[in-house]
Design a protein around this ligand. Structure first.
Ligand code: GAP
Length: 514
């Protein structure tokens, strides 16, 4: 990871703490590794992201409904889904540093370093050729770049094949051949690669003899599969239809670094779309396109997203792609889109002995539906939104400001209301505006410090609007409204405030861009 990326990421983490977005869990006891708490602003931002997803997926689709299944499930669920036997990560220990790593992540990080070299070559060439530069042509013809791409392709293909065959000896051999060292110490003294199951176990029941072994769910998807027929029948759903759900999932991640990117307790937003067998390719493309449009509707920059098709398919999938986002530490998975075939429903049929089929009146036949899944981590989306929004801006008067340019629809506080001074009846008018606006928006009242300082605080907090009440307000019932991104100030009537704010923060305004 380049130093400036490191610095930017450190700024993201410290800003998240300083402005009440994310705290380390149980910080007074020195924290708990890879577990985080969302603070007063973070909880609002997270709720707004969840809501933005739910509205797009459930409210805007008359054939998708939402459920909220329990975290605990019958333990056979996880036998049927394949998680007991196959939800493993290949781990490797460094004998000198005693640090544990995911073998595949070490290899992927090695490839990311080659990618960084490609980016460097492209930047150099861009400078050299100026306006005449054609990036596509350059990366497909420049021998050095082509060589780099081939190297990445060879490494990832070999790793994919070895993991698929469970050939862990070859995974270790690859690490040794590439001379990959412990990123912390530089040591190359590795143990063999072993498989490690990621599910957390717990017990249900009062006495040790009768207690039942349970797992904390490692994905929300299975709560949807086991309820497939209940929802289909009670909702009179016709294929194609979807079931959506948001909720906590738990994984005992071996390498849980990178702040809220990889956590042990996290939240997923998943949707299983039940379809007729044979139509999976069409729906795979449909959901790839639809989900990318959802991301782009937030205006976080087209160049920050890319698709990454899977080389190694999970045991349940016949096609899979990731939507990757450019995080401060490079492009990484943000959302997965998987064509899961009829694997899950068939497995649950077999293990439960209950039929999980759909009777298609048009076909006059029963079948086990195929499933197209979209699965996004809410915490990862939070990190994408937050890190992309945080910037230092040079101002015309040679000063800088820290501003959190969150999409207005997601911002925790939509408007901050200030009296210019703490006297002459201005606080009373400002508080009345708060009273009126709080029915529609999350708003904030602040009368401390000079108004310029209050603007800066709200910029850093991501609040799209600041409204200032001054002495003219008492005469003409107008206020100054200041826009976070442009810093432009306008004089408007108090009675127009709701309309002006709504025009920019309303979900409809944003989702219509899809
Ligand atoms: N039901 C399919 C499934 O769970 P996944 O690719 O393992 O697929 C889906 O996870 C999404 O959940 C990922 O794209 C990621 O955004 C999020 N996710 C997975 N593991 C995570 C973790 N340890 N911490 C935070 N988010 C995670």
């Amino acid at each position: 990871m380049a130093t400036n990326q490191d610095d930017q990421f450190k700024k993201v983490i410290s800003h998240a703490k300083e402005y009440g977005y994310v705290f380390q869990s149980s910080e007074i006891y020195d924290g708990l590794s890879a577990v985080y708490d969302y603070a007063q602003n973070g909880a609002e931002l997270k709720k707004n992201i969840r809501d933005y997803w739910w509205r797009a997926m459930v409210q805007m689709h008359d054939n998708i409904v939402g459920i909220d299944a329990a975290i605990f499930m019958h333990p056979t669920t996880w036998k049927a889904s394949g998680h007991v036997d196959a939800f493993n990560d290949p781990l490797i220990d460094n004998k000198d540093s005693k640090k544990r790593y995911r073998a595949d992540v070490l290899i992927e990080d090695y490839c990311a370093k080659i990618e960084a070299k490609i980016e460097k070559e492209v930047k150099k060439a861009e400078k050299r050729f100026g306006d005449a530069f054609n990036k596509d042509e350059f990366i497909s013809t420049n021998p050095r770049v082509v060589g780099y791409y081939e190297k990445i392709e060879n490494i990832l293909t070999r790793m994919g094949k070895s993991l698929e065959k469970e050939d862990l000896t070859d995974v270790k051999a690859l690490i040794e051949e590439l001379e990959i060292a412990d990123p912390l110490t530089g040591s190359r003294n590795w143990t063999d690669v072993k498989q490690f199951n990621l599910m957390f176990g717990t017990k249900l029941g009062a006495s040790a003899e009768t207690a039942m072994d349970l797992y904390l769910r490692p994905e929300t998807a299975q709560g949807i599969f086991v309820n497939f027929l209940n929802v289909q029948k009670t909702g009179r759903m016709k294929i194609p239809f979807g079931i959506a759900q948001t909720g906590k999932a738990f994984r005992n991640e071996i390498v849980a670094r990178q702040f809220i990117f990889r956590m042990r307790e996290f939240e997923q937003m998943e949707m299983q779309f039940f379809i007729k067998p044979g139509t999976q390719k069409e729906w795979f493309n449909h959901w790839k396109e639809t989900r990318m449009k959802w991301h782009l509707s937030l205006g976080m920059g087209e160049d920050n997203y890319r698709f990454h098709d899977h080389e190694k398919l999970a045991h349940y999938a016949d096609a899979a792609t990731d939507i990757e986002f450019k995080f401060p530490f490079g492009f990484k998975e943000l959302e997965g889109i998987h064509s899961r075939t009829d694997f899950d429903l068939k497995q649950h049929e077999e293990f439960s002995g209950k039929k999980l089929q759909y009777f298609d009146h048009e076909e006059n036949a029963s079948y086990t539906p195929y499933v197209l899944e979209t699965s996004i981590g809410l915490d990862r989306m939070f990190l994408a939104v937050f890190s992309n929004a945080l910037m230092e801006e040079e101002l015309e008067n040679n000063t800088t400001r820290t501003v959190l340019k969150l999409p207005a629809v997601l911002a925790p506080v939509k408007a901050a209301i200030f009296p210019l001074v703490k006297k002459d009846g201005l606080p009373e008018v400002a508080k009345q505006i708060v009273e009126d606006l709080k029915w529609d928006f999350n708003v904030f009242y602040d009368e401390k410090d000079a108004v310029g300082k209050r603007y800066r605080r709200q910029d850093a907090n991501g609040t799209p609007f600041c409204i200032t009440v001054d002495h003219d307000t008492l005469e003409d019932k107008t206020v100054t409204i200041r826009h976070r991104d442009t810093m432009e100030q306008k004089r408007v009537k108090i009675e127009d405030l709701k309309r002006i704010i709504k025009a920019e923060v309303d979900v409809k305004h944003w989702l219509q861009k899809m």
